[in-house]
Write a protein that binds this ligand. Structure first.
Ligand code: MG
Length: 266
């Protein structure tokens, strides 16, 4: 199923199922069970497909990206969190921070998975049973705050408002097939800046779930960002930053395109 979350013309939020002949209302929510209806959805605005319980991120999880960053291949997954305040809808702007200013705002296309049911100490063989589905994410990062003004922590740099666009749809695990063979790309103003495949991940999806659920409960609605491939702006020569007026697109095979314009925070 392709699930969207949307606002109707009355301003209320619903889930819908995208089908070839349109979007249809769903009763319930993805974590307690969704029931299909035959009612066409009144979609005014597409929202991020989930309201995350938390956002767990994996750093340096693609071999070529670890290399471009000058880092060795990690022995264990590198884990950090993004604040849930950072979630942004498809089509809504990524805001360049001005009150706590950044001049080095970067893109990172990432395959995001959504945990569908509570789990702890999940063996890798059962890991995908806990994944409701997948969506596109942009792990937007203020590199100046990440590299030079963070005390070594990444959460500040990656948790500014709007720094976690998600969407445009959640594609359930059964429709994704093998999550380790998806083309994943970023375009900035139409120019391809990242274009790779999830088969380059150092720690695959089952390994990440086994590791992240070790002695740790994963709650329904937890969103896990699985790392970005090479081509990020900070590693380019010359470096490439997003600026007001730009348009950034993250595209993942079988999921779709997550588009966000860039604006200055006011
Ligand atoms: Mg990232």
């Amino acid at each position: 199923m392709k699930i969207i979350r949307y606002q109707d013309s009355g301003g209320q939020t619903f889930y819908g199922a995208e089908q070839e002949n349109g979007i249809f209302e769903l009763d319930g929510n993805p974590f307690d069970g969704l029931r299909a209806t035959q009612t066409k959805a009144d979609v005014r605005k597409i929202l991020a497909p989930v309201e995350p319980a938390s956002i767990i991120c994996i750093g340096l999880n693609y071999r070529h990206h670890a290399a471009e960053s000058g880092n060795p291949i990690p022995d264990v997954p590198v884990v950090f969190f993004k604040g849930i305040n950072a979630v942004q809808n498809p089509g809504d702007p990524i805001l360049i921070p001005t009150h706590l200013p950044s001049n080095e705002v970067d893109y990172e296309c990432e395959l995001a998975m959504v945990i569908g049911k509570k789990g702890k100490n999940i063996p890798r063989e059962k890991a995908l049973d806990y994944v409701l589905g997948f969506t596109c994410a942009n792990d937007v990062s203020a590199r100046d705050w990440q590299m030079r003004r963070s005390g070594g922590q990444w959460c500040r740099a990656k948790s500014f408002d709007t720094f976690a666009p998600l969407g445009p749809r959640l594609v359930t695990t059964d429709e994704i097939g093998d999550p380790q063979s998806l083309r994943i790309a970023t375009r900035l103003n139409g120019e391809t800046v990242q274009d790779w495949n999830t088969d380059d991940m150092i720690f695959d999806i089952p390994t990440l779930i086994e590791f992240l659920s070790g002695s740790t409960t994963l709650l329904p609605g937890t969103v896990i960002l699985t790392g970005t491939p090479h081509g990020v702006g900070v590693a380019r020569k010359p470096q490439l930053w997003m600026k007001p007026g730009d348009l950034v697109e993250v595209e993942i095979e079988k999921i779709g395109i997550l588009k966000n314009p860039i604006r200055a925070e006011v």
